[in-house]
Ligand binder design. Structure first.
Ligand code: ACO
Length: 324
């Protein structure tokens, strides 16, 4: 088999929907001022789903994964690789992927996590493709899942309004037909300072700052430049033009980043999948959740060429081009 193909997708969002107005009212009780108007104008976000206390990333991931398996028509006995992209794992160890493996009743193959923040799903998909192409796996579950609300500083209005919780998943299988036709990943560790959660655990204590911190304007510029270059490069690598792309599924951080990117690449907004208004930024879950939404509502069809893009802390970024 010379290709790896997405054969199913799934998504799960925790049931509690918090609108901007709800959030503004909650923050006001703590003396923090924000508004639906500010959030919509700067980000396009209208609401987010937030997990109740006690909800773990593996629980969301398992639900999304089961839906993707049902969609692909594969059973637990068929899965021989599970990769979970997350920055909010249940535990220091074991990996969230191992917990998902147990919950799904998968008893064979490898399971591990990938940590590339909002680029995590694109990193995980590229890794799974390499396993399949090398003949080391035949059916992979690739999952992006986060309880991102757990690392937010709810007293920092510059960040806490931007994120939500959720999970998205795909089944990637060995195939005679394409498939993923291009992929490229990047990192620039020297840019750690613009987006990080720089706490750690030592001697049983959290040391340092456990919350996400961000220089919003620096991230904005870096994201648009990195993603536009990456989109062009992955198209050259695959021998296709940007105009051949049927659907762009970019990381869902901010509607303004997505619009700038589309304009820079000349990809019309009708070809861009947007869920950030409904889900906010779900980090590693954002791309598979958006992909799943557009497959389920019939926009993305078999045969379509889809460009998926991630960008986030590290700094990390990358693109995957897939024929559905
Ligand atoms: N409500 C009301 N006012 C706010 C809020 C808020 N939630 N947050 C900040 N402000 C205020 C600031 O205090 C500031 O007030 P001041 O002028 O009195 O000091 C004013 O709004 C402008 O603040 P900026 O930080 O300059 O606002 P900016 O226009 O840059 O918008 C934003 C901030 C939305 C974060 C923007 O920088 C952005 O889109 N950055 C991209 C980063 C992003 O989306 N990151 C997501 C995670 S990273 C990733 O996924 C790749």
């Amino acid at each position: 088999m010379s290709f790896a193909k997405i054969t199913g997708s799934g998504g799960y969002l925790p049931p509690r929907v918090v609108t901007n107005t709800d959030l503004a009212a909650e923050l006001a009780t703590r003396g923090i001022e924000t508004s639906d108007e500010w959030i919509v104008e700067r980000t396009g976000i209208r609401q987010r789903h937030l997990a109740d206390p006690g909800t773990r990333t593996s629980m969301l991931a398992t639900k999304a994964a089961q839906q993707a398996m049902d969609d692909a028509g594969v059973a637990a006995a068929d899965i021989d690789l599970i990769i979970v992209a997350t920055s909010t794992p249940d535990y220091i160890f074991p990996s969230t992927a191992c917990l998902v493996q147990a919950s799904l009743g998968v008893r064979q193959g490898a399971a591990f996590d990938i940590q590339a923040v909002c680029s995590g799903f694109v990193y995980a998909l590229t890794t799974a493709e390499a396993f399949i192409k090398a003949g080391r796996a035949r059916a992979a579950l690739v999952i992006g899942a986060e309880v991102f609300s757990s690392i937010l500083d709810w007293d920092d209005r510059k960040t806490c309004v931007l994120f939500g919780d959720g999970a998205g998943a795909v089944v990637l299988q060995a195939s005679e037909t394409p498939g993923i036709i291009g992929a490229e990943l990047h990192a620039d560790g020297s840019q750690m300072g613009i987006l990080h959660a720089a706490g750690n655990v030592a001697g049983g204590q959290v040391v340092g700052d456990p919350f996400l911190r961000m220089d919003g304007q620096a991230v904005f510029k870096m994201a648009v430049n990195a993603l536009s270059r990456s989109a062009q490069d992955v198209c050259v690598q695959a021998g296709v033009g940007l105009s051949d792309i049927n659907w762009m599924v970019p990381h869902q951080a901010n509607l303004r980043i997505i619009s700038f990117l589309g304009k820079k690449l000349g990809i019309p907004s009708e070809k861009v999948v947007v869920t950030v208004d409904q889900h906010a930024n779900t980090s590693a879950a954002s791309v598979p959740l958006a992909l799943n939404a557009a497959r389920r509502d019939g926009r993305i069809k078999a045969g379509d060429l889809v460009l998926m893009q991630g960008v986030g802390g590290g700094f990390t970024w990358g693109s995957v081009l897939a024929r559905m």
